[in-house]
Ligand binder design. Structure first.
Ligand SMILES: Nc1nc2c(ncn2[C@@H]2O[C@H](COP(=O)(O)OP(=O)(O)O)[C@@H](O)[C@H]2O)c(=O)[nH]1
Ligand SMILES: [Mg+2]
Length: 178
């Protein structure tokens, strides 16, 4: 059995938990609700969960899907979460107030990981907020010297997030064809 790991990151509400749930062949672990239950006694209203899901991509190949907690103060966890990963899915929310800041923040936070691996970008909420749109994010990413594929996705749709993950796997290794 070959095991691969990819990491989903992005601001709170971008659709990381939903995307992993849409893709996973097992019930996803570490939902926001579960985290709230676990942490309620000590830190009410604080969500610390990472997400985890598992996707079968071929007979003997599995993809482990990890989602980062969104809060900046948990960024110490991001190094641990990316350990051994082969790629990054950056989820961005098209309805956010300062989308360029989101790009700047996450590509900076994951700079080392991005340099070692591959990344794709999924922009959610284009259904409710059509602007600024895909080309805007291309420009933001280009300012960092990055040229990843950027897709319009609805995290609730398995087909959309599946396309995103397939693009990432293809960019990594044309031999990995789920
Ligand atoms: N309208 C709309 N809602 C979305 C889209 N993608 C995700 N959502 C919703 O956004 C909410 C937040 O998603 P969640 O996965 O919890 O975000 P996370 O904080 O990144 O884990 C959920 O209610 C999703 O159903 C999208 O493309 N359009
Ligand atoms: Mg979440």
């Amino acid at each position: 059995m070959a095991d691969y790991k990819i990491v989903f990151t992005g601001p709170v509400g971008a659709g990381k938990t939903t995307a992993i749930a849409s893709l996973s062949d097992i019930p996803p672990i570490g939902t926001d609700e579960a985290a709230t239950d676990m942490t309620r006694e000590r830190k009410p209203r604080t969500t610390v969960a990472m997400d985890y899901g598992l996707m079968k991509i071929a007979d003997h190949e599995r993809l482990h899907l990890y989602g980062t907690p969104g809060q900046e103060r948990f960024d110490f966890m991001w190094d641990i979460l990316t350990e051994g990963g082969i790629g990054l899915v950056l989820m961005l929310d098209n309805s956010r107030k300062h989308p360029q800041q989101d790009v700047d923040f996450f590509v900076t936070a994951f700079r080392d990981y991005i340099a070692k691996t591959q990344m794709v970008v999924g922009v959610t909420r284009m259904d409710t907020h059509p602007a600024p749109g895909v080309s805007f994010y291309h420009r933001c990413l280009a300012a960092h010297g990055l040229n990843p594929a950027v897709f319009e996705v609805d995290a609730r749709r398995r087909e959309d997030v599946g396309t995103l993950v397939k693009a990432l796997l293809h960019s990594l290794d044309p031999g990995l064809r789920p």
